[in-house]
Write a protein that binds this ligand. Structure first.
Ligand code: UDP
Length: 328
């Protein structure tokens, strides 16, 4: 039986990975410091005999008893407002946390996969983004703490691979959505659905012409699982190339939810990328992978999930300000 450590296990992606690895018959060691993770995402797993949970901050030394086959490093704040609120932790988990995980991988002879991001491309000058593109990142802007931590993470991962011979995999994750996203973390999909459910207007930032390409979580997990089992050590984009403007996206949410509210326009946050679409030729060729779930299907499942949450969740304010994030 394979033993896998998943960091950030109580988060949106981490919790879906826990489900997947248990389904694959692995023993899952889940780790999270619960800064942005939520135990509710994994509480259904606590009774599973092959699941254990450590409440631990991976920026500190990690001890895991016995053998490990795989390490999936998914711990990180992952919304633009998180980076503003907890910038130091964001930097530490991407840098020190990755270093600790790599040290553990080396000590255990484990294969390690790191969760990198389309943010390494910054506000991209190449469109769609291929893995060869080096990016256009502002290191000192509000998103710099995330973007640069993730770029450092890729660098140290390749160094451990080349210098220490650790088996490593790097996935560059594009915008992903699905059940267990945090309702109030400021990301566009939960923001719009939350607004629709509360009967508020939908806040589009800027003129809404910026684009994103949204991937349903099950597709992403499948791509990541295939990448882990592949022998490819360089970065691979995983995302859905179906690109849409944020204005169009707001219209889709209005239609889906049947809300009678309208769209209102707010200032565009600093360094908000104007366009984003993954080129997934590499994932197609190496992993024989491409997304299967259409946005219509995925959004319906996600909306049903948000609707099923207790009503008070709608009004919990995790973050209530974009102050400091808007260009004056
Ligand atoms: N956005 C928006 N309204 C919101 C939240 C976000 O128009 O209430 C925009 C945001 O400016 C960005 C896009 O939606 O252009 C995606 O934002 P998100 O924070 O989800 O993720 P990002 O891809 O920027 O990391």
């Amino acid at each position: 039986m394979k033993r896998v450590l998943i960091t950030g296990a109580a988060g949106f992606l981490g919790s879906h990975l826990c489900d997947r690895f248990l389904k694959e018959g692995c023993h899952v060691i889940a780790m999270d410091n619960l800064i942005t993770g939520n135990l509710k995402n994994i509480e259904h797993l606590f009774k599973h005999k092959d699941f254990e949970f450590y409440h631990h901050d991976v920026s500190k030394f990690i001890h895991v008893p016995d053998e490990l086959d795989y390490i999936m490093h998914f711990a990180s704040p992952a919304s633009p407002i998180d980076y503003l609120k907890i910038p130091i932790q964001t930097l530490k988990v991407g840098s020190l946390g990755t270093h600790n995980c790599l040290g553990l991988a080396k000590a255990k002879g484990a294969r390690m996969l790191i969760a990198s991001t389309s943010e390494v491309y910054g506000d991209p000058m190449v469109h769609p983004q291929t893995e060869e593109y080096w990016g256009n990142v502002n290191p000192i802007g509000p998103r710099g703490v995330y973007d640069e931590a993730k770029r450092f993470q890729e660098a140290i991962t390749m160094a451990y691979h080349r210098y220490h011979g650790v088996e490593t995999r790097i996935v560059r994750i594009f915008n992903t959505y699905g059940p267990r996203m945090r309702l109030n973390d400021g990301r566009v999909l939960p923001a719009f659905i939350g607004q629709a459910l509360r009967g508020e207007d939908l806040t589009v930032f800027g003129d809404g012409s910026q684009t994103r390409s949204f991937c349903y979580v099950d597709d992403l997990v499948e791509g990541i699982y295939r990448l882990l089992l592949s022998d490819y050590a360089e970065p691979v984009n995983i995302g859905n190339p179906d690109e849409i403007t944020i204005s169009q996206f707001a219209e889709e949410i209005i239609k889906l939810t049947g809300t009678t509210q309208k769209v209102i326009y707010k200032d565009l946050p600093v360094d908000d990328p104007m366009q984003r679409q993954p080129n997934i030729d590499k994932a197609r060729a190496i992993l024989n992978w491409e997304p299967k779930v259409s946005r219509a299907e995925g959004l319906k499942i996600t909306y049903d999930y948000f609707k099923s949450l207790p009503e008070e969740e709608l009004y919990k304010k995790e973050h209530n300000t974009f102050e400091g994030y808007i260009r004056k």
